[in-house]
Design a protein around this ligand. Structure first.
Ligand SMILES: Nc1ncnc2c1ncn2[C@@H]1O[C@H](COP(=O)(O)OP(=O)(O)O)[C@@H](O)[C@H]1O
Ligand SMILES: [Mg+2]
Length: 371
């Protein structure tokens, strides 16, 4: 799939934008704070319904305006799709696919897929478990509507359970009410866990191959799922049983603390390179390469699951990679529409063999280079 055109009205620092994209490679150059990341953000919104930088939709609307609009045309193997998003201050955002409004904005995932790689992605390797859970949930959501639905439900039930735990601190007789939430939590939780295990197995296998190629067979990467209770080699039923038992055994501590200490909301990933946990022991370079391998694996996985490659967004990352990694990354561009931004001068010769368009962004205006 590829994006044919983008229209923006009052999105971030863009007043009005209407551009056509190359179906292979697009390079957006510009100084800092001109709107490069904003442009990628608008494309990302059309795939996920949300921003990768903020949860507050209001921030996406131009400061001097009350409404913003994004529209992109996506060319797919089967049907072409126009995706539109309307943002309005103090209202919830709306999305349309081919002019038909959709109920759940996250359904956009089923129509259009992107993979974004930005300097922020180092967080995935370096920071706390929450970053990695967000990664997991976002990535699996791209390929599974059921998973999206389950995560949503799970979080609602988890909230209810946590609220009840706090109430029980003062009203002990309400303890038996926990059963109702526990049964649902464990049933959906087991489904989520099984899906995550499957995903990790797939992404681990693909990234292993990619990582060997990038590092010239010097590094071996493994990704392990770290669960808050033992679920290794379990069926969904077994996971559910163990989950219930774990909750039952830990209920008094849960009540004391007012939180649920076991379940997918507490889990983590361990990224291991040549036998060591790179979060603690990896060099910056190794961490960056691991993040890159994971992202490239994600692209392949989406292709496997959806039958088409997603669009690749690279936000200011090219200049941070050394020659070898850069070459490897560029070699993947052949079949994938890629949209690159860079504040540094890019050596266009790196892309000599690729069909490309180059643009300059200045204060929310885009000018296309004519060679
Ligand atoms: N809601 C908004 N309204 C107007 N300008 C905005 C809004 N949000 C961000 N900006 C402006 O966008 C610019 C940053 O754009 P960004 O795409 O992050 O820059 P870069 O080109 O460095 O990636 C800043 O000048 C910022 O003030
Ligand atoms: Mg930027």
């Amino acid at each position: 799939m590829h994006v044919k055109s983008i229209k923006l009205i009052n999105f971030r620092n863009y007043n009005k934008l209407d551009i056509l994209l190359n179906n292979k490679l697009n390079i957006f150059l510009g100084n800092n704070a001109q709107g490069k990341t904003n442009l990628l953000e608008s494309i990302y919104m059309c795939s996920t319904g949300k921003s990768f930088r903020t949860n507050k939709d209001k921030e996406l609307i131009n400061l001097r305006k009350d409404k913003a609009y994004i529209s992109i045309d996506v060319i797919k193997e089967d049907f072409d799709k126009q995706i539109e998003i309307k943002l309005e201050k103090n209202k919830s955002k709306k999305a349309r696919i081919n002019r038909v409004e959709i109920d759940k904005i996250s359904d956009l995932y089923d129509v259009f897929n992107v993979v974004i790689f930005s300097p922020e992605d180092l967080k995935l390797v370096k920071e706390g478990p929450n970053e990695r859970r967000v990664f997991l949930d976002n990535e699996i959501s791209q390929i599974s509507p059921k998973y999206r639905y389950n995560v949503n439900r799970y979080n609602k039930i988890l909230n209810q359970r946590n609220n009840l735990l706090k109430i029980i601190q003062y009203e002990k007789n309400k303890k038996k009410l926990l059963d109702v939430w526990d049964v649902q939590l464990c049933s959906i939780g087991a489904e989520i866990l099984l899906k995550r295990l499957n995903f990790i197995e797939q992404i681990s296998r693909i990234s292993k191959e990619i990582h060997r190629k990038i590092t010239g067979n010097v590094e071996d990467i493994d990704i392990n799922y770290i669960s808050s209770f033992d679920i290794e080699k379990c069926s969904q039923n077994e996971i559910e049983c163990r989950f219930i038992n774990t909750l039952k055994n830990g209920v008094d501590s849960d009540i004391e603390r007012g939180i649920t200490r076991f379940g997918p909301q507490r889990d983590d990933l361990k990224i291991i390179v040549n036998g060591m946990d790179i979060r603690a022991f990896g060099s910056q370079g190794q961490q960056r390469t691991a993040a890159l391998s994971l992202k490239l694996a994600e692209i392949e996985l989406i292709k496997q699951e959806k039958g088409e490659y997603p669009v690749l967004l690279l936000d200011d990352v090219l200049s941070e990679l050394d020659e070898k990694r850069k070459k490897f990354l560029i070699s993947t561009f052949d079949d994938i529409q890629t949209i690159i931004t860079s504040a540094d001068k890019i050596d266009i010769r790196d892309f000599n063999n690729i069909n490309k368009s180059v643009y300059h962004i200045k204060e929310g205006n885009v000018l296309k280079n004519t060679f």
